[in-house]
Design a protein around this ligand. Structure first.
Ligand SMILES: [Fe+2]
Length: 300
């Protein structure tokens, strides 16, 4: 594959909502033309799976850099040697807290754009990952609920990484900068509160939206093999690791830095609820409250 077209590739869709398996390209030797083809496939399918790649760390990093600047994990200190490359080892379903639906590092000002994950060691049973199409989930909300969500913002923070003081406010609905599609950008892992609603209203709506996106018809589920590389667009998907596995599971990831999410409509449409300001959600009162909610093990 050197022509920059997808003609030489075998692309097979894996569900009606998102995801395709791609064969016929060696990611370790990918060119800029290959990257352009892969980028357009990613925009179409949202998550791509490339079996039998077996990248070493340098190849993995070089492939990632074809899609933009890479970032070190902002909250986890997992890779001192190569800060932009991190490896997660887990045994028997102790894979950390990535077994909640999320898009990667949505709690930072510039959430991750693309994640590229290789399975190094696959457990004998379980350990699949699921992805959901956040555009389809948005599109299938009723028109009144879409309009309400368009005008709301939500506070995300890094409590799951034991860093609740790190957070940011994003639109509840973001517009993909390349496709123009709107998607739901709240998730059960990082999103704490809808800023313009009362706490009770926020709990209700966040609960609905985060459960809504988890419906099986919006998802694809992938069974890993060692050497498979998955690549997903965090701007329009969420994912969830199944911590049901038996045996060892080792995955390696590089992550491409993203932009600050754009809203679908001019914001703010409403003031933050009560007398609080938008920055309230980043202040100490919220941090105190979240101390009791901190998870025990990082990794997502
Ligand atoms: Fe993740």
């Amino acid at each position: 594959m050197a022509t920059g077209t997808s003609d030489d590739l075998d692309v097979r869709r894996l569900s009606g909502s998102l995801g395709a398996e791609v064969r016929g390209v060696a990611l370790g030797r990918a060119t800029a033309d290959d990257a352009a083809t892969i980028r357009s496939l990613l925009l179409e399918h949202m998550v791509l799976f490339f079996p039998d790649q077996h990248l070493d760390a340098d190849e993995h990093l070089a492939f990632g850099r074809l899609f933009g600047e890479l970032e070190a994990h902002p909250n986890l200190d997992l890779a001192r040697e190569r800060p932009e490359f991190f490896e997660l080892r887990a045994v028997d379903g102790t894979g950390g807290v990535a077994d909640e639906w999320h898009s990667d590092i949505s709690c930072q000002q510039h959430p991750s754009k693309i994640s590229i994950l290789q399975a190094k060691v696959v457990p004998e049973v379980g350990g699949d990952t699921m992805w959901a199409n956040a555009c389809k989930a948005y599109d299938e909300l009723s028109a009144p609920l879409r309009e309400l969500c368009d005008g709301l913002t939500a506070y995300h923070n890094a409590a799951p990484h034991l860093a609740p003081e790190k957070g940011w406010i994003h639109p509840v609905v973001r517009v993909h900068p390349e496709t123009g599609r709107r998607s739901l950008f709240v998730n059960e892992h990082f999103t704490r509160r809808i800023v313009e609603l009362s706490e009770a209203e926020s709990d209700l709506l966040l609960g609905h939206l985060t459960r809504w996106i988890q419906q099986p018809r919006f998802t694809v589920r992938y069974r890993w093999a060692a050497g498979t590389v998955a690549m997903w667009d965090n701007r329009c998907t969420q994912h969830h690791v199944l911590n049901d596995f038996v045996g060892e599971r080792v995955v390696q990831r590089v992550t491409v830095m993203g932009d600050e999410p754009e809203s679908a409509v001019p914001l703010p449409r409403w003031e933050p609820h009560g007398s609080r300001t938008a920055t309230f959600w980043r202040d100490t009162e919220m941090r105190r409250k979240l101390k009791t909610q901190q998870a025990a093990t990082p990794a997502s």
